[in-house]
Ligand binder design. Structure first.
Ligand SMILES: Cc1ncc(COP(=O)(O)O)c(C=O)c1O
Length: 348
């Protein structure tokens, strides 16, 4: 299935594999790519990254006997929403061995300049990998052209695979000779996997980073979804997605002035810095989110004040975006949100 997913990330078919879950894939790749030395022993990440990634990175450092407080370096955000590429680059110091960053930030929807960051990391001899959970299926990637070292993502956002659906990973072919950090029989050369030989002989592809049997039931529907993406083409979907998020931002600006309605856009306004969702901030985000759900909209709340709105280009129409903004207006006009508890559900 990596073959059908490869065009979504701009990679060779054998550089992509569907396997594991996002966090497990991160562990797996860091176990391979993080080989600290006395000179280079730090991992660079950002303070806005998805917490699971941070937990994984800290535990990987501990496995190497390193102290996460010392060896995990964070790029700080200037405003709590966005990251500036120049701030990230300034943290690429000589002691950094590995960089892990998001492609699109899960909360604000900011798209990072992965090409520039990869180039700057490589200029300093640092390997770089991206968590593309919020960018895969939303924006085109050109991993081969950018020369990214590796990437990992979940397939359950834009790619419709449902929560916990089998995830994906990419490894640049130049790294195929590397020793696999977490080996398993599904990483064995595919033509001989069932020969059951105790000596590990790695697959000559990203398939070497598979560990055990993949979940067939959760992988099968992904194929159907990927076929639709193949037919539509990610470049076309990006064009519609940018029109959709621009239209949504325009309607919010025009119809819901901040002084009256209290809504604020937390996503970059420059289209080239935007992924596929809009982060709408409001002091009552939690309860407005609940009211939207009651009205049949599928938003997503992120603590403390963000409603994520993703007008997914494959199936959300411009009319639905207009209707969404009417809901946002009415919910505040009538104070409908006051009917909902100020308590978040365990799953957003
Ligand atoms: C950006 C990001 N990274 C990592 C994860 C963790 O995914 P998983 O539960 O598949 O490990 C998620 C889950 O939603 C995510 O959004």
């Amino acid at each position: 299935m990596g073959k059908i997913q490869a065009p979504l990330v701009g990679a060779e078919p054998y550089e992509v594999i569907v396997t594991g879950s996002t966090t497990v894939n991160l562990h797996n790749l860091v176990a391979t790519f993080f080989q600290p030395t006395s000179e280079r022993n730090k991992i660079l990440a950002d303070e806005l990254n998805f917490p699971s990634d941070i937990y994984a990175l800290k535990s990987q450092l501990r496995i190497h006997g390193l102290d996460p407080d010392e060896n995990l370096v964070f790029v700080k955000s200037r405003d709590g929403r966005l990251l500036e590429e120049e701030d990230i680059i300034s943290k690429m110091t000589e002691d950094v061995a590995l960089i892990i960053l998001p492609g699109v930030l899960y909360r604000s929807g900011q798209l990072l300049d992965m090409a520039l960051l990869t180039k700057e990391a490589h200029n300093r001899g640092i390997a770089i990998g991206f968590d593309c959970s919020h960018s895969v299926g939303a924006v085109p990637h050109y991993f081969s052209q950018w020369d990214v070292d590796f990437a990992f993502w979940c397939n359950y956002k834009y790619l419709n695979n449902g929560p916990g659906g089998t995830a994906g990973l990419y490894v640049n072919k130049k790294h195929f000779a590397k020793e696999i950090g977490l080996a398993g029989w599904w990483g064995y050369r595919k033509d001989k996997q069932f020969d059951m030989v105790p000596e590990f002989e790695r697959a000559e592809s990203a398939g070497a980073w598979q560990i055990g049997t993949i979940n067939m039931l959760s992988s099968a529907p992904l194929e159907g979804s990927l076929r639709m993406y193949e037919e539509a083409g990610i470049e076309h979907l990006r064009v519609k997605s940018l029109k959709a998020t621009s239209y949504l931002i325009y309607l919010i600006d025009e119809l819901l002035p901040e002084e009256k309605y209290g809504y604020k856009i937390g996503t970059p306004r420059q289209p080239e810095r935007r992924g596929g969702h809009v982060a709408l901030e409001h002091d009552e985000a939690l309860r407005i989110n609940a009211a939207l759900k009651k009205r049949g909209v599928m938003p997503d709340f992120r603590y403390p004040n963000v409603i994520r709105l993703a007008p997914v280009p494959l199936y959300v129409s411009f009319h639905e975006i207009w209707k969404l903004v009417q809901h946002l207006k009415e919910i505040v006009d009538t104070k409908e949100y006051e009917k909902f508890a100020k308590k978040s559900a365990p799953v957003a």
